[in-house]
Design a protein around this ligand. Structure first.
Ligand code: HEC
Ligand code: HEC
Length: 296
């Protein structure tokens, strides 16, 4: 009942609805005239010289339809419920609160237990793993896949390559605060030929087929443009989220066309932040779950 009384806008709507219904009733009642005995009266208006209008009462069936409509509105409002919550609903609300309380009582101590343990220890705990997996399927699988193996643009979390770092605490930081990758577009500054050269150099780094002349020119371009993030040895830099370009693990793909697309347009994928949404306890369990995935 409390939210019913305190809700000004509830009242506002209810008063308007009730007044409108009363007004409809008033209009109907004030028009319920009986047909008077004697000759039928005319309204007084005349059109087209001879066309006049009888001043008869509204037809009964038509009036009844209106009454039925008003009755329907009242019943509908009561059941909908337009006048506040029904007892049943208040019961459901209370039931929900009770269930939440019970869940907190049940899981609170479990969360507290894991919160006190370090991530490696939590990762080794089978019960924590099951809880982590359930949460992963709910909150993370749509991007990283239900087996956490990722997809184009979404990193695989089961391998040993980490854009942002694979330390347990770093993984937790990633999940808590999210990450935004900033691979700038080089199409404008390098031009199509320059991009193709550097793409061939990138392919040469991991032993993929390449044009060696282009790769040679590309190596120079790479030193001028790319090492700040990917490192002089192209092994990546977790401070920037820049991936290692020398191995067989690709976030977007290793074909020449895909690498050219990456370099030309840049990439800006982002990992959403979950710290506020899930809270420390759940992030702790999720981080432990991810840590467990890659340490097989
Ligand atoms: C909306 C899609 C999306 C969701 C949902 C999502 N992620 Fe991510 N995640 C990404 C993307 C994209 C990246 C890579 C960010 C980048 O490009 O730097 C990423 C990166 C990561 C990384 C860092 C990987 C590395 O190599 O450093 C971890 C760890 C991670 N996610 C865990 C999670 C967990 C745990 C969840 C669920 C709580 C989750 N993600 C939910 C999109 C998502
Ligand atoms: C400002 C930092 C920065 C610079 C400079 C930079 N990169 Fe990147 N690069 C990144 C980041 C961050 C990513 C990851 C993008 C993502 O996760 O969406 C990336 C991704 C890539 C990828 C995709 C790798 C994969 O696994 O699919 C390639 C290829 C690449 N960079 C090549 C280059 C080349 C070549 C240059 C120089 C012309 C360059 N980058 C310059 C930060 C940078």
């Amino acid at each position: 009942m409390a939210d019913f009384i305190s809700g000004f806008w509830n009242m506002y709507v209810m008063v308007i609805v009730a007044l409108s219904l009363l007004f409809c009733v008033f209009v109907l009642v004030s028009n319920m005239t009986k047909r008077e005995a004697g000759p039928v009266q005319l309204h007084g208006h005349v059109w087209d010289e001879t066309l006049a209008e009888y001043n008869n009462p509204l037809p009964r069936w038509w009036m009844y339809l209106f009454w039925i409509t008003i009755g329907f509105a009242v019943v509908y409002l009561a059941i909908y419920p337009g006048f506040g919550k029904t007892n049943q609903e208040r019961g459901e609300h209370a039931q929900y609160e009770a269930e939440m309380k019970a869940a907190n009582e049940k899981y609170g101590p479990i969360f507290a237990k894991y919160r006190g343990m370090d991530l490696a220890a939590v990762a080794a705990d089978p019960e924590a793993k099951a809880m982590g997996q359930r949460m992963f399927l709910t909150y993370c699988a749509q991007c990283h896949g239900s087996a956490a193996q990722g997809a184009k643009g979404f990193p695989n979390l089961t391998d040993d390559e980490w854009q942002w770092g694979g330390e347990a605490e770093t993984i937790k930081t990633t999940i808590t605060g999210g990450r935004i990758a900033m691979m700038p577009p080089f199409g404008p500054s390098l031009g199509a030929e320059g991009v193709k050269d550097v793409a061939n150099y990138v392919r040469s780094l991991s032993g993929l087929a390449h044009d060696s002349l282009r790769a040679q020119r590309g190596a120079e371009l790479f030193q001028q443009n790319c090492v700040a993030c990917h490192g002089a040895d192209a092994k990546g830099n977790t401070a920037m989220g820049a991936p290692n370009l020398t191995n067989k693990i690709w976030l977007y793909g290793s074909s020449e066309a895909t690498i050219i697309e990456t370099i030309t347009n840049g990439r800006n994928n982002r990992m959403p932040q979950f710290g506020e949404f899930l809270g420390e306890d759940k992030v702790h369990l999720l981080a432990a779950y991810v840590v467990g995935l890659s340490k097989k």
